[in-house]
Each structure stands twice: as structure tokens, then as C-alpha cells.
Design a protein around this ligand. Structure first.
Ligand code: ZN
Length: 337
């Protein structure tokens, strides 16, 4: 009886609230949510370029664009002198002879000129020509979290001091440093069909660590989570207390899911912006499957899957763990090759 009455009263209250909302015609607030599951997209046919990659397999060698372009007798590039006519790209030729069909070259860190934004187009054209001469494809490797000084800082939500890392969800960083480089690569790919796309190297070569120590509790991430889940934190809560407070609220797993969902959203924003310009642009990422949870579903689509690199074989070779990850990608419908 009591339950019925409570339900009845709540129903009346709901109707009253709905009427009140309709009466003032309030703008819709972002929907509250407690489920941040990143769902698979509907399966689709691969675009021809991705089918070709799947059929032919990528046998790529990885290296630094700034270190491998010349022999000992060829000159060092000075300033903007990216003239492929002066170079033999001997190493690329050797890679081809050895059975490789492409190079994945790191254009960065930005201090050496190859990865700096004002020079990147020339540098990519330079290597695109070098690869074309030896019938090799090229993937432009972009290092995540470099050049991050001007952007919002990651915060662990604890006493841990992290000074170097960018917030993984800071779209301004992604737009100005990652998207910009992808669009330059896409522009060069119009003239050089052997330029396939970009590999995002998520292994962060910064002094605070190669990966994040946990979810980001910076002002923006924490506020967005609280807003979406309709959670109110005490005004006295310090940034260094945020992780503990979320844990006390039994919300840590939900916060991790939010991070994954947010990463998928950010990567998807990048993917859509680049594929709007060139739908055949190939994304890859390193170093392992789901190094940043959410990145696979964000960067890949069913018809344009992301290529997932694996550095696990560096010293150990192919192992059951690699086979398990590959099987999981397939079984759980990840848009990945
Ligand atoms: Zn953040």
C-alpha cells in the first residue's frame, strides 16, 4: 500500500515537473547519464583501400624521418632545404629489397624540423617522394603529448605531481597539434597516393611517464563528469582530493568508463574531420591495443578500420598474448585491423 502511494505521488510530481518545464520552455540541458559504454558501430563493407591493406598485409619498418633520409656521404638538410633530388633514399631501397612494403616514420619531436608544423608539409613531401621512388607506402607517425606546454595540464586528482602531460580530452590540443598534422598529411596524400595516412604514437615520451597514471581529474574532466552524472561535489574539495572523493562515492569505475567514452568521442571527432577531407585516409596507432581505452572505436569505423600497432613483439616475438588481443578485436567487433 505504501509503495503504491509513493509511486502515485511520484507520478504526480513527475507530471507537475514536466508541465512546469514545458511552461517555461527551458533549453535542453546536456542529458545526464550513468552509462558510458562505447558501443560497436554497425558492421559495414571495407572501403577498397582498407580491403587491399587487409589482403596484402602491411610490412612496415618504423624509424625516425630525420635520421634515415641520408647516407653518410649525403648532406644534412639545412633549414627548409627539403629537396628529394639531392638524396638517394638508399635505406628505403634496402627496405624494399628486404620485402617491406612501407615505412612508418616519426615526424617529430618537433625540435628537429621534420615535425614542426611550418615545415611538416615539405618534410612529408620529401619522404613521400623518397618512398615513391622505391615503391613503398608511407605512414606519417605523430607523437602524442609532444608540444603540450601551452595546453591544459593533466591532473591525477591526487598529490601526484604531473607537470608534462596534456589532458587526454583537451580538444584544443588535438585540434591544433594532431588534427593539423593529419590534415597536412591528407593534403600531401592527394599528390602522393603512396602516402596512406597517419599513425598516432600514444606512448608519451615525457618525463612523467609513457602512459597516464590513471584517469584525468583536471577541472574540465571532473566538471563534465559531475555535470553529466548530476553529481555535486563539496565546494571545499581540492583538486588533489578528487580521486579519493570519487572513490568514496563508489563512482571510480564509472569515472573510468567516462574516460573511455570521452577518448572515443575525441578520437571520433578527429577521425570525422580527417575522413571528411579524405575518406581513404588510414589511421593507425601505437604501441598496443587500447593503450588509451576508447581509441580503437574512436579512430576506426566499420568501413575504415584503424590499424592497431603492437610493440609487444620487439623482444619476445609473436606470442599467445598478441593472438589473444587480435582475437578480442575480432570477437568484440572492434573496427580494427
Ligand atoms: Zn582532463
Amino acid at each position: 500500500m505504501t509503495i503504491t502511494r509513493l509511486g502515485f505521488n511520484l507520478t504526480l510530481l513527475s507530471v507537475a515537473l514536466l508541465n512546469a518545464a514545458a511552461a517555461v520552455n527551458a533549453p535542453a540541458a546536456p542529458p545526464a547519464r550513468d552509462d558510458f559504454t562505447v558501443h560497436p558501430e554497425v558492421a559495414d563493407q571495407l572501403r577498397p583501400i582498407f580491403q587491399k591493406l587487409k589482403d596484402e598485409k602491411m610490412r612496415f619498418g618504423y624509424g625516425g624521418a630525420d635520421a634515415l633520409y641520408r647516407t653518410d656521404t649525403e648532406p644534412v638538410i639545412q633549414n627548409d632545404d627539403f629537396d628529394p633530388g639531392r638524396y638517394s633514399f638508399e635505406l628505403a631501397g634496402k627496405m624494399k629489397q628486404a620485402g617491406f612494403n612501407g615505412l612508418m616514420l616519426l615526424f617529430g619531436p618537433w625540435r628537429n624540423g621534420f615535425g614542426e608544423l611550418p615545415r611538416l608539409e615539405k618534410a612529408v613531401r620529401f619522404w613521400a617522394e623518397g618512398c615513391r621512388r622505391h615503391d613503398l607506402s608511407l605512414m606519417v607517425d605523430i607523437q602524442f603529448a609532444q608540444n603540450a606546454a601551452a595546453y591544459r595540464r593533466f591532473h591525477a586528482g591526487t598529490d601526484l605531481k604531473i607537470h608534462q602531460a596534456v589532458c587526454p580530452n583537451d580538444w584544443k590540443y588535438w585540434e591544433e597539434q594532431i588534427l593539423e598534422r593529419c590534415l597536412i598529411t591528407a593534403k600531401v596524400a592527394k599528390d602522393f597516393p603512396n602516402v596512406l595516412g597517419a599513425a598516432l604514437d600514444f606512448e608519451m615520451y615525457i618525463k612523467d611517464g609513457a602512459n597516464y597514471p590513471g584517469p584525468c581529474f583536471c577541472d574540465a574532466c571532473f566538471a563534465e563528469f559531475c555535470r553529466r552524472t548530476e553529481l555535486s561535489s563539496p565546494v571545499t574539495l581540492k583538486p588533489t582530493q578528487r580521486q579519493e572523493w570519487i572513490r568514496d562515492q563508489q563512482r571510480l569505475l564509472q569515472y573510468m568508463a567516462f574516460m573511455e567514452w570521452k577518448m572515443a568521442e575525441t578520437c571520433s571527432r578527429l577521425e570525422k574531420a580527417v575522413h571528411a577531407v579524405n575518406p581513404d585516409f588510414v589511421f593507425a596507432y601505437l604501441p598496443f591495443f587500447e593503450w588509451f581505452p576508447g581509441s580503437t572505436r574512436g579512430l576506426g569505423t566499420p568501413s575504415q578500420p584503424v590499424l592497431v600497432g603492437s610493440e609487444m613483439e620487439y623482444s619476445a616475438g609473436f606470442s599467445p598474448a598478441v593472438a589473444q588481443r587480435t582475437a578480442r578485436m575480432k570477437d568484440e567487433g572492434y573496427p580494427a585491423l
